[in-house]
Ligand binder design. Structure first.
Ligand code: SAH
Length: 248
């Protein structure tokens, strides 16, 4: 059970595996006014940057669960580096179906709603760990513009246009699930570039060092066509944000 290796090659230099910059992640942490000691659960926690920096900046505690051994190791290293290893812990495992032993004040899934079979299922999954009055964080893509064809949808990592909503409809979906959208921080095209363009340099450096690896041809092909494809489709069409929800 592990994340396919190509992901950790692409995102080897990333602490944040989503289109947020450190500034946006910090802005979200400040916007939530978390009480010191707030307990958090982060499903698909990646390299743990959210939990680790918020433990340092807002004195929260918490647990992250992620299926990637590489990212989970990075998260543990980051906790030690920031001096918060006594506040946060990282579990390697499948987060689908994961419910915390004790209710938490902050339950998050940022950029991995497939673990609950979509937004609705992930909201339901997180609700099982959340204490009454707690905050839920969902990180999710949305369409910035009307999607003209299937090619555009697929170039944005969607199976089809219906996989994502536009921003107003996504916000209404949370309402329909019985939650207030109490805060949100959105990615922008520059922060998307920090996530996506940073992958090209990772891929290029990896390729230079591993010309005979079994993934080399795949990486070469991605590097050749990926940047223009990103500029043509994803950068233009795909938005992303983290939404803070409170049950009505
Ligand atoms: N929330 C993190 C990571 C987002 S990237 C951040 O914002 O930085 C998506 C993450 O989902 C990856 O770290 C990947 O390893 C993880 N993942 C994918 N499927 C998973 C599953 N079934 N259970 C737990 N983690 C999963």
């Amino acid at each position: 059970m592990d994340l396919p290796r190509i992901f950790s090659i692409r995102e080897s230099s990333h602490r944040i595996h989503n289109p947020f910059t450190p500034d946006k992640l910090a802005a979200l942490g400040q916007a939530l006014h978390l009480a010191p000691g707030t307990r958090a659960l982060d499903l698909a926690s990646g390299s743990g940057e959210m939990l680790c920096t918020w433990a340092r900046d807002h004195r929260i505690t918490g647990t992250g669960v992620d299926i990637s051994t590489v990212f989970t190791e990075s998260a543990r290293g980051r906790a030690a580096e920031l001096g918060v290893a006594d506040q946060v812990s990282f579990v390697h495992g499948d987060a689908s179906g994961f419910v915390s032993d004790e209710p938490v004040g902050l339950a998050a899934c940022v950029g991995a709603t497939w673990i609950g079979g979509g937004v609705a299922g992930t909201v339901e999954l997180l609700s099982r760990s959340l204490r009454p009055g707690g905050l839920m964080l969902i990180g999710e893509p949305y369409w910035r513009r009307d999607v003209p064809d299937q090619e555009t949808a697929e170039a944005c990592h969607a199976g089809g246009k219906d996989d994502f909503l536009e921003l107003p409809e996504l916000i209404e979906q949370f309402g329909g699930l019985g939650y207030d959208v109490a805060e949100m921080v959105l990615a922008d095209q520059d922060s998307w570039d920090r996530y996506q363009a940073a992958q090209w340099l990772n891929l290029r450096r990896w390729l230079d060092g591993h010309p005979d690896d079994e993934l080399a041809a795949e990486v070469r092909a991605e590097l050749t066509t990926g940047p223009a494809r990103y500029a043509r489709y994803q950068r233009a069409f795909l938005g992303w944000g983290v939404f803070a929800l409170m049950r009505r």
